[in-house]
Design a binder for this molecule. Structure first.
Ligand SMILES: [Mg+2]
Length: 261
């Protein structure tokens, strides 16, 4: 889950300026910051850990950080009295769901929790598919499944055509904020990487929605390869205390070590 936060922070300064080189330096730029992907990931963790109403948790956390780079339609929903879903298939569905994979004890439960936190806004079939696919990849990786097994299951269960590698995606990829234009690419960046850092570098430098690609890929890559402490620590310092508390609670609930050194 912290892997998603790190991916968001790494990508934050590249969201609106294309980046085609995965060797950008440094990985965690001093000016990098958390955005909506982090705020909503923390909100999902809060809702699931404390049995909070999901809409209430989104509105609560969203209002605490009003300048987090919200997508247009989500912002409209967030800052209104509306509590009903709005049929979204934006990639916001997939960037925030990692706590569902973290807290579940079975794949069925992971997917059920993913639907629960997604359908309150992103109730379009593509929104639900994106969230469930991301959660499935994370959950299987946490179970110790290998990349090729995860790839096969994602292709079978969700009928995404996963490109063979980031190199194949890169030349024709353009900025895209839909689930169907982000989730398959983010999954491939995670599955075909050497390690956590390599995965996030590939995702952030595809030239798309950098922070959200980073968040989706980062969550899967953390589950597959582990998040190195030195990277986790650099991002941890950038988070407000109230977010750290929720993240600590999430790792404690799973009995996992928080990768911040
Ligand atoms: Mg963002």
């Amino acid at each position: 889950m912290l892997g998603a936060v790190v991916g968001d922070v790494v990508g934050s300064i590249y969201e609106f300026r294309g980046l085609e080189d995965k060797n950008f330096q440094p990985l965690v730029h001093p000016a990098a910051f958390f955005t909506d992907d982090t705020v909503l990931t923390v909100a999902v963790a809060d809702a699931l850990l404390h049995n909070r109403d999901v809409v209430e948790a989104f509105k609560d956390w969203g209002h605490r950080y009003p300048d987090s780079g919200w997508g247009g339609r989500f912002a409209k929903w967030l800052f209104s009295d509306e509590t009903r879903p709005y049929g979204s298939y934006g990639n916001g569905a997939a960037m925030r769901v990692s706590p569902a994979a973290f807290l579940a004890t079975s794949l069925d439960e992971a997917r059920r929790l993913a639907r629960k936190v997604t359908e309150v806004t992103h109730d379009h079939p593509e929104g639900l598919r994106g969230a469930e696919a991301a959660v499935t990849a994370i959950f299987l990786a946490l179970q110790g499944e290998r990349a090729h097994t995860i790839r096969a299951q994602i292709e079978r269960d969700f009928e995404y055509a996963l490109p063979p590698s980031p190199e194949v995606i890169r030349p024709s990829y353009v900025f895209n904020e839909t689930c169907q234009g982000t989730v398959p690419e983010a999954i491939v960046c995670a599955l075909e990487a050497r390690d956590y850092e390599d995965a996030v570098r590939e995702a952030v430098s595809l030239g798309g929605d950098a922070d959200t690609l980073g968040a989706i890929t980062g969550a899967i890559a953390e589950a597959l390869y582990g998040l190195p402490d030195d990277i986790g620590r650099q991002v941890w310092k950038k988070l407000p205390r109230e977010m750290r508390v929720i993240i600590e609670q999430l790792y404690a609930a799973k009995g996992a070590v928080l990768p911040v050194g």
